[in-house]
Design a protein around this ligand. Structure first.
Ligand code: M6R
Length: 366
């Protein structure tokens, strides 16, 4: 059932174009090109009353939430906070009937996320569940549900569940913006076109993974690996770092590149691998500056940039290009090489990729 792949993780990475296609199927009205969520029972009145959104999740789903925060704020201008479920449930978050709480969980069974859902409902907040599992506790208990349609994810390390959650957030952001009449037809069209191009763009990227395999082998004996980025790239850096430590057991950290000087730079030594994401146009020059800072301390830098951004060549030791898309959508493309790098690093180290030590696929206890 691994379909010729050595591990479920690799199979699931390669399933992403298909899974994303499924996530978006039926979500666009063919005539108007508007985003359609027939399963949501929201009225314009209800949506207009929300003055705050919380996104609550654990692990990789939390990282998808960070992208969701960016997308929803950008598209709807409603303030969004993202919280780790085990933190959210033990404090007194300020939520009421005018708050939308979005809980995100591949399995739909994560104990802390489920508790956050129940607590939010108790104080009258509307809860939307984003999950991959039909009939899961979260799917049953949330007021509304978006199913990510990724198909079964077997590997403990989450890949296609993450990208389908991220896509669900883009669609949701556009949908709420439509309801609030805050998105121009022109921008919506750009966004929809951009989204529709993603599956084939990922496929394109997956045709050239040899270089990444070679790179993975070159970092396998490192003591520590750093992931840097700004904005959406920082959120993707967090996910890349989690993936690497989860299956290769190499220590890694993700940093907002602008924070380097505030402590982390002290950890960079001769030869320390740094994966620097530089896909965001608005902060591209700033990222190049940060790359210079780590290079000056001896770091070996792999730059992840958008095709056509040739300048980065002069700054890094190697480059991984992703196809061009809207700035907002880059996470769907830039996370894939990071998944591949962690896979091949773990493979080179002979680790148990689909079942990393100490971890379970579904965390149903606190
Ligand atoms: O089923 P969930 O999405 O609620 O699971 C949340 C985390 O346990 C999960 O994403 C975990 O971080 C992954 N193993 C990361 O690859």
């Amino acid at each position: 059932e691994k379909n010729g792949f050595d591990h479920f993780m690799l199979k699931e990475i390669f399933e992403q174009p298909n899974a994303l296609q499924k996530t978006m199927t039926g979500r666009f009205d063919e005539e108007s090109n508007k985003v359609d969520f027939q399963e949501l029972d929201w009225t314009a009145d209800k949506v207009n009353n929300w003055n705050k959104i919380y996104i609550v999740a654990c692990g990789t789903a939390y990282h998808a939430g960070l992208i969701g925060q960016n997308a929803i704020e950008e598209l709807t201008r409603i303030p969004v906070s993202v919280e780790i479920a085990s933190e959210f449930r033990y404090r007194r978050p300020i939520i009421d009937e005018n708050t939308l709480v979005i809980v995100v969980s591949q399995s739909g069974e994560t104990a802390d996320t489920l508790a956050a859902l129940r607590q939010s409902q108790k104080v009258g907040a509307e809860v939307l569940g984003i999950t991959n599992v039909v009939g899961s506790s979260i799917a049953r208990e949330a007021d509304n549900v978006i199913l990510t349609m990724a198909g079964p994810e077997i590997a403990v390390a989450s890949t296609k569940a993450y990208t389908t959650q991220v896509l669900s957030f883009y669609l949701l952001g556009a949908y709420v913006a439509q309801m609030k009449e805050m998105i121009s037809d022109e921008y919506r069209e750009q966004l929809v076109k951009g989204i529709q191009a993603i599956p084939s763009q990922i496929e394109e990227g997956l045709e050239h993974t040899k270089g990444l395999q070679w790179y993975a082998e070159s970092i396998k004996d490192s003591k520590s690996v750093f992931f840097l980025g700004r904005g959406l790239d920082h959120a993707v850096a967090l996910e890349g770092s989690l993936k690497l430590k989860e299956i290769s057991y190499i220590h890694s950290e993700a940093y907002a590149a602008g924070e380097l000087k505030h402590g982390t730079l002290a950890l960079i030594e001769e030869g320390t691998p740094v994966i620097a994401l530089a896909t965001q146009d608005e902060v591209y020059e700033k990222m190049l500056g940060n790359i210079e800072e780590v290079k000056a301390r001896g770091a070996q830098v792999m730059g992840v940039a958008t095709e056509g951004n040739m300048k980065i060549y002069q700054y890094v030791d190697e480059t991984c290009y992703i196809p061009a898309t809207l700035s907002l959508l880059t996470p769907l493309l830039s996370v894939v090489p990071l998944q591949i790098i962690s896979y091949y690093t773990a493979l080179a180290l002979g680790k148990d990729i689909d079942k990393p030590r100490n971890l379970a696929k579904s965390v149903t206890v606190e």
